[in-house]
Design a protein around this ligand. Structure first.
Ligand code: AMP
Length: 444
């Protein structure tokens, strides 16, 4: 399938790529860069680390190969060892990348090699000893070669992880980290994944990327099918505090993560929640490492089952069984939102993410919905119904989600909630029940 480049994208020559690469692109019949190419290439050419959501068929291979080849050509190296390593989950994908790499590098003189299981080990050993510059590989065989101390990644300039989500789902997480740890620390790292909300991908990005740019294409909304996302409107922080306590007392969950935008807010919530006999811990960047470790330990072991955290502290948080995320404060941008909700709804589990939104946060929340190309369900908690019903325009258009005039839930909508396709798909899997009588209307 050939992707449809969007209008007004720059041409390949606008991207200032090497002439040899421009000829190769022309020979392949690529007229214009695809969106993932036009957005990724400029950053990658500047040696930036990247986290990119892009699917097969989007032109992602060109998005990482073209800038990598350009940079290798721009600054020739006399150092020994592999200069660019591309890891892919399957042999077939590795072969596909290899083929495209050979086509693009045809006239450049750069040497490209393929290392996958099932092929001749000796030939691969020799190829690596002959200083092949670009290696495309599956992780398993690279590790086998590493056991023989053959590949030299100490001068590696670029590490690329393609289809990282799939690679992690296939159980390659440790292998990828072992390989990455054997690579030159100063390298550039490009991480491509179909989704950015995959827990393993977030974790891997936390570990491997430095000051990275995030390029989120239109695949974002596909990424969290297993996370139910809701909005609960609130009048102010006091009201939010009541809603939070109610949710933590009435939802069903193993572990819950509550996000605030500030350390002060995180600390302020602890006392009142503990007063409600909830087992709460706090994690923020200004706590010393010992206290943070202790909190994490308590949370991991289940001695506390609710953690209030700031974004910084939650980076790299690797805890199983988090199936409820509550945004006490709306995060400052879409990427932070993705990071937060990605802590729940892991591969085969369902998660629930609830954002408490007051009037000053409405626009921010709408921006996040637009960014994700999603509309979240609005939920009304009857016992704690507040005055704020969303902006006036929305109310006038009848889209208000909890207005007093709108007393009866729409029957059809409630039924829709009950027979969600996703529920059918997940029959037999663990489910996080929501408190349905309080859901008045679904905007999803
Ligand atoms: P990929 O997403 O990298 O697997 O690429 C999907 C298909 O799109 C492959 O057949 C590529 O050869 C092709 N392709 C990649 N970039 C372009 C482009 N700029 N214009 C047209 N086709 C492209």
């Amino acid at each position: 399938m050939h992707p449809n480049p969007i209008e007004k994208v720059p041409s390949f020559s606008d991207l200032s790529l090497d002439e040899q690469l421009l000829s190769a692109v022309k020979k392949l019949g690529f007229e214009l860069p695809t969106p993932v190419q036009s957005q990724s290439i400029p950053f990658a050419l500047e040696h930036k680390d990247l986290l990119v959501s892009a699917e097969t068929g989007s032109g992602k291979t060109g998005a990482f190969l073209l800038p990598t080849l350009h940079n290798l050509l721009a600054i020739p190296s006399r150092k020994a060892g592999v200069r660019a390593l591309i890891l892919a989950p399957t042999r077939e994908l590795a072969q596909q990348i290899f083929k495209q790499c050979q086509q693009l590098a045809e006239s450049t003189g750069l040497r490209t090699g393929l290392i996958t299981g099932g092929d001749d080990f000796r030939l691969q050993q020799n190829m690596l000893r002959n200083n092949t510059e670009i290696v495309i590989a599956t992780p398993g065989r690279v590790l086998e070669l590493m056991d023989q101390e053959i590949p030299n990644f100490t001068n590696l300039e670029v590490l690329i992880l393609d289809e990282a989500d799939r690679m992690l789902d296939m159980g390659f997480s440790e292998d990828v980290l072992t390989i990455a740890n054997s690579c030159n620390e100063q390298r550039q790292t490009l991480l491509f994944s179909a989704t950015l909300t995959h827990f393993g991908v977030i974790k891997m990005a936390d570990k491997l990327l430095k000051n990275h740019e995030v390029i989120a294409l239109n695949t974002l909304h596909d990424g969290h099918r297993n996370i139910e996302q809701q909005i609960v409107l609130a009048d102010d922080n006091d009201h939010k505090q009541k809603l939070l306590a109610w949710l933590l007392q009435n939802e069903t969950y193993d572990k819950a993560l509550v996000f605030t935008n500030s350390r002060i807010q995180a600390d302020a919530l602890r006392g009142p929640l503990r007063g409600q006999k909830l087992r709460v811990g706090v994690l923020h960047g200004e706590m010393d490492q010992k206290d943070r470790n202790r909190m994490m330990q308590l949370f991991r072991e289940g001695a506390i089952n609710i953690m209030i955290a700031t974004d910084l502290a939650a980076r790299g948080l690797d805890i199983k069984g988090i199936n409820l995320v509550i945004n006490f404060d709306v995060p400052r941008n879409g990427i932070n939102y993705i990071h937060r909700i990605g802590r729940t709804g892991r591969v085969d589990e369902l998660g629930l993410a609830i954002a408490l939104v007051k009037h000053t946060e409405w626009n921010l929340m709408s921006g996040i919905e637009r960014f994700l190309k999603q509309k979240f369900k609005h939920r009304n908690i009857k016992k704690l119904e507040g005055k704020y019903k969303g902006p006036k325009k929305l109310k006038a258009s009848g889209k208000s989600t909890g207005g007093k005039k709108k007393t009866e839930p729409k029957k059809a909508t409630v039924e829709k909630v009950k027979i969600r396709h996703r529920d059918k798909k997940n029959i037999g899997k663990r489910r996080v029940p929501t408190v349905k009588p309080n859901i008045e209307i679904s905007q999803a």
